[in-house]
Design a protein around this ligand. Sequence first.
Ligand code: KIV
Length: 287
Amino acid sequence: MAAQTPVPRRRVTAPEITARKGGEPIVSLTSYHAHTAAIADPFVDFLLVGDSLGMVMHGYESTVPVPLDLMIMHGRAVVRGARRALVVVDMPFGSYEESPAVAFRNAAHVMKETGCGAVKLEGGRRMAETIRFLTERGIPVMGHIGLTPQSINVLGGFKTQGRVRDEWAAIEEDARVVAEAGAFAIVLEAMAEELARKITGAIPISTIGIGASAGCDGQILVMEDMLGLSPRVPKFVKEFGRVGEAIREAISAYAVEVRNRTFPAPEHTYALKEAAPPAKAKSQTPA
Ligand code: KIV
């Protein structure tokens, strides 16, 4: 019988995320490793290799110190782990702001090295020219406005945006310009619900909220936050699991069993392979 040809698995594309505007909510999470990417893959539309990995995994105080090489290393792992979801890799601080040409060189490097399907960069009007430059040259770009963590040194901290109406016009303009520049979707981070709803209704690309209400076209959370693995989480995070507690319990049980020598038990231990007993010589006497 001829072997069945496996049906090739297709990854979600950036234009498909745009096309989901106003439809069934887009589901996404951050992921930094192959194993969490493989677990999340069947449930999400895209995975973001966020530069939050600098804080979540590498103990930095902010995302500012994260280097491009680190994003590439984690990006490769997530692309290897996920088979179906679109993988978006964050451009870290300092890798794209200088000029559209620098941004293109670094974003193309990220795409070639990781195999990801899109990049994300922070900023509204100030990044519009760069977003256009990249998208016109084959690099799908996800925008990111509202609270932009790479700018905390200018913002003065992780501050919610658009809680007073005076701030709205500038943020709405950022969203409009990013969409016009060709971004396929835009993250709205930590902003007042009314503003997020207004922006979502006003632009033709999908809005992905994080702390920006159910009024967005989709949602993203940092996976470690929603799993209950992060020591502190912002107000907008719902902990859907208690993974931190489960890890603590498992490690404490392991430590007890190592100390009282109940682990490793016989079933975790290799026995010596005994040599087979010598075969008995056959009798030569006819029966
Ligand atoms: O780096 C990140 O994890 C992000 C999300 C919070 C959107 O940018």
